[in-house]
Ligand binder design. Structure first.
Ligand code: SAM
Length: 296
């Protein structure tokens, strides 16, 4: 049954995810990045009787929105506001210690990007926040206003893959205090002096700061390791990433496990990408890459 609850987020590679997980009737799945529950809903609708899903999100807004949109499946879903870095413990606590599939759809949702006040976007003028978890004390303001210049440069280079990180870091330090997203994007635009056509000059810097604030690479690495322990034999792991650094981490992890030959076997030798049609309909999908493995 399709739900008409209004959503900001269009799920990416949804059909491919459902296929890759080989969803089983009454199977058990963990959605580590629930967001607006687009993928969870697609999986619930893909088979009868519907599977059961444990949905995890660090952002309480995502949980609240999903409770409403998944109302008709309330018996099939358990929603938990937590960090997927605690995957094993969350799974154990909720009776999902041995499951048929675990999946991740990394990054941030359109709900987070478009809702005012979250500080993720340079398109609105908000306090420099960027936290997925609103209970966390550490914000983007702290990174921008308290980090050493060389650390800002390193983050912008590593997580943003920005070609002029030193210039940006220097400009940030020179213009402190920087309190808002608009101030930060203005500083970056001036520092880069880059002609601005399709991609906003501050895109990479904002992405880098967000990844630092939320410890995204560390959480992903830890959760991937834990996912092997909650998958039952034949269970599938699928990861959709939007950033080459994340995709590399996933690829290296899966390749290593595949070579070791005792926990995970890579299913798709070639990374799965969105079709031209999907990219045309949802531009956000253009950088998506999905990798899938099976528990041995
Ligand atoms: C791209 S969105 C997922 C969208 C979702 N697949 C859908 O179809 O609606 C990513 C979500 O992951 C959540 N997230 C990011 N890091 C997380 C973490 N460490 N633990 C739990 N949730 C996290 C974000 O809050 C965001 O809601």
């Amino acid at each position: 049954m399709s739900n008409s609850f209004p959503k900001y987020h269009v799920p990416v590679l949804s059909e491919e995810l459902v296929d890759s997980l080989s969803v089983k009737p009454k199977g058990k799945y963990i959605d580590c990045t629930l967001g607006e529950a687009g993928h969870t809903q697609a999986i619930l609708e893909s088979t009868k009787p519907a599977p059961t899903i444990l949905g995890i999100d660090l952002d309480l807004d995502a949980i609240s929105s999903s409770i409403k949109s998944l109302d008709s499946y309330s018996k099939n879903v358990t929603l938990v506001n937590d960090n997927f870095g605690n995957l094993k413990a969350i799974a154990a606590k909720n009776g999902f210690s041995s499951v048929d599939g675990v999946f991740f759809d990394l990054g941030l949702s359109s709900l987070q990007l478009e809702k005012q006040g979250r500080g993720f976007s340079f398109r609105s003028d908000d306090y420099l926040d960027m936290r997925f978890d609103k209970n966390q004390d550490f914000t983007a303001w702290d990174v921008i206003n308290t980090y050493h210049e060389k650390d800002i440069s390193r983050i912008v280079a590593n997580y943003g893959e920005e070609s002029k990180p030193d210039r940006i870091a220097k400009a940030i330090v020179r213009n402190r205090p920087i309190d808002t997203t608009l101030q930060l994007s203005t500083v970056v635009i001036k520092a880069l002096k880059r002609p601005w056509n399709k991609i906003h000059p501050a895109t990479r810097t904002f992405q880098a700061i967000r990844m630092e604030v939320n410890g995204e690479m560390e959480n992903l690495e830890s959760a991937l390791c834990q996912s092997q322990e909650v998958l039952s034999p034949g269970g599938r792991l699928a990861v959709i990433s939007y950033h080459s650094l994340e995709d590399r981490l996933v690829k290296n992890f899966l390749t290593q496990k595949h070579r070791e030959g005792d926990t995970l076997r890579i299913i798709n030798k070639k990374v799965i990408k969105p079709s031209d049609t999907e990219i045309r309909l949802n531009r956000r999908s253009r950088s998506a890459r999905m990798r899938v493995a099976e528990r041995i």
